[in-house]
Design a protein around this ligand. Structure first.
Ligand code: FE2
Ligand code: FE2
Length: 200
């Protein structure tokens, strides 16, 4: 088991035990273990591509912090804390990124903008995803427990090309949402368009 400590400047002075305690208060064990695997995968990708390993690890660890917060709590925060009311047309699959960072700031106290942005963008993507954003987006999709064909293909692409790995994930996500008659958050389609490989 990993026991990475993070710089106090990123954690609001919380040590690893305190960080894990926050996660375990909000997540069942299966989701908590997923977060640990995404942390490890994000650190590996950050080393591979020369991104900030601490920010990648911390964002990976907390990316799903808000995934199991009750829907009623989300609706209240969206209505009362300045979020676009259009978000009410979506669900926790979208909210735990875009709104999840509100809970992470409020309950845990993490404030690093780059860490929070990577977490914010991990559910919908963003046409302007940075390398760090892409690392969290892809780490979530290729952590070791993921075995679907698209996940294996993205893991292979992520050996050399994070944009290609991101694209494989975006394509798979859109195909899944449409096949299941689920609503598509427009930014995910814009992200797909931004990441589609260009000819020539
Ligand atoms: Fe997530
Ligand atoms: Fe996740």
């Amino acid at each position: 088991m990993s026991d990475y400590e993070y710089p106090a400047s990123l954690t609001h002075d919380l040590n690893r035990a305190e960080l894990l305690n926050h996660l375990q208060n909000r997540l069942d064990d299966a989701r908590f273990q997923h977060c640990l695997r995404v942390e490890e995968t994000a650190r590996t990708l950050a080393k591979r591509f020369g991104a900030d390993v601490d920010r990648a690890g911390l964002a990976g660890l907390f990316h799903d912090y808000a995934k199991q917060i009750p829907v009623a709590d989300y609706k209240r925060v969206i209505m009362e804390d300045g979020f676009d009311p259009d978000l009410l047309n979506y669900g926790r699959g979208v909210w735990h990124g875009l709104v999840g960072t509100w809970f992470i700031q409020t309950e845990v106290g993490l404030t690093d903008k780059l860490v929070l942005q990577a977490i914010e963008r991990h559910t919908t993507g963003d046409p302007e995803m940075t390398l760090l954003d892409q690392i969290i987006f892809v780490a979530d999709f290729i952590e070791p427990a993921r075995t679907l064909d698209a996940e294996v293909a993205a893991r292979k692409a992520a050996q050399t090309d994070m944009r290609q790995a991101s694209y494989i994930e975006l394509k798979n996500t859109l195909q899944y949402l449409i096949a299941e008659d689920k609503i598509v958050y427009p930014k995910t389609l814009l992200t797909y368009n931004a990441f589609i490989p260009k000819e020539g």
